[in-house]
Design a protein around this ligand. Structure first.
Ligand code: PMP
Length: 338
């Protein structure tokens, strides 16, 4: 049967989140003899997978009576950028204000975007989680001091619940239940935990693999139970050096394995997808595709592996597509920008 020509009319930003395409990645599939499929989360109205978490958290706040559509309200969040973008746009659509706290090390494009859409952007120095100046703690304090709603994406389980209700079931439907493994990197773990729960409820033996960048301790957390971080990464929004956030920790029993993917391998996928498939994604998506290839090689030909294309490349132009930035770090440079 042909796919339907359109979906029905969506009600504003809130109605337009989700129902993203599942894209067959030709080169990754050919290289492994598997079906490697990428959930095109960069096609959400705020441009990333985090629109789903933002919406889920705000819907939950409305259900609890903390926010009322059309009445004044303020949402505060600490974010690498994407959750802030989703929250700011969703808040605009309801007449609420947003205060978004971001470490100043994040890509300039995301910071500009947040300012552009009217968020009250507060830049803070990048500090470890143990420091009270860490962006997550700063955002909590602003919410407490002003009586605003704190989105708290790391430990607010409405985040993973949104993925369990939408992302996971969409993947199940789009593959017709023909899925052997799902892998993605974790920031909050909302995506991995929610999708894992939805898929395992439908088929217990779907393999769930956490993908982790350098500088993150989640790989070791899956393997040994202890968060242990080493090295670093230029990817943004993924990895945790200090702890497994609540959204991820609640799903520990559902995670079968973990793979570590370093920047050169992630960048190779970012550049390959862009040049050979016309799919333009950021660093975490490149890392996810590299992880999917590893998982597919482990499983052997004939399997279906699904991952997430979290956001688009334009959000990182000044880093991932900046030859000087890449060369300084000894990383590969896109051949067409040499
Ligand atoms: N990729 C990007 C670009 C992100 O911004 C994030 C969220 N910070 C993730 C991946 C990870 O998603 P999650 O928080 O659901 O683990």
């Amino acid at each position: 049967m042909d796919a339907p020509l359109t979906t029905s009319i969506s009600d504003g930003f809130w109605g337009a989140v989700g129902r993203t395409p599942l894209i067959r990645l030709r080169r990754a599939s050919a290289a492994t003899g598997c079906e490697i499929l990428g959930k095109a989360e960069f096609m959400n109205p705020g441009g990333s997978v985090k629109d789903r978490a933002a919406l889920g958290i705000l819907q939950d706040a409305v259900a609890r009576g903390l926010l009322v559509p059309g009445r004044p309200g303020t949402v505060v969040e600490g974010t690498a950028g994407n959750t802030g973008i989703g929250i700011a746009l969703a808040a605009n659509a309801m007449g609420w204000r947003s205060v978004i706290v971001v470490p100043e090390t994040q890509a300039r494009e995301k910071l500009d975007y947040l300012r552009m859409i009217g968020a009250d952007l507060r830049l803070v120095q990048a500090k470890p989680f143990s420091d009270p100046g860490n962006y997550v703690h700063v955002s909590r304090r602003i919410a407490e001091e002003t009586g605003a709603v704190w989105a708290n994406q790391f430990d607010n389980l409405a985040n993973a619940a949104a993925h369990e209700a939408t992302t996971g079931p969409e993947i199940w439907d789009q593959t017709g239940g023909r899925i052997d493994a799902f892998t993605c990197a974790c920031g909050t773990g909302g995506t991995l935990a929610g999708v894992a729960r939805a898929l395992k409820a439908r088929r217990r033996d779907v393999r769930i693999v956490l993908a982790d960048p350098g500088g993150s301790g989640l790989h070791d957390w899956v393997k040994t139970g202890t968060v242990k971080a080493e090295g670093g990464s230029i990817t943004e929004g993924i990895g945790q050096a200090a702890r497994a956030p609540g959204n991820l920790a609640q799903a520990r029993d559902l995670i079968d394995d973990a793979v570590r993917v370093l920047d050169p391998e992630a960048l190779e996928q970012v550049f390959d997808l862009q040049l050979h498939e016309g799919i333009s994604v950021g660093g975490s998506a490149g890392l996810n595709v590299a992880a999917a290839i590893r998982v597919a090689r482990d499983l052997g030909p004939g399997h279906t592996v699904v991952t997430v294309l979290c956001d688009g490349a334009a959000r990182y132009q000044s880093k991932l597509f900046n030859p000087a930035f890449l060369r300084e770090r000894g990383l590969p440079v896109p051949s067409w920008l040499e």
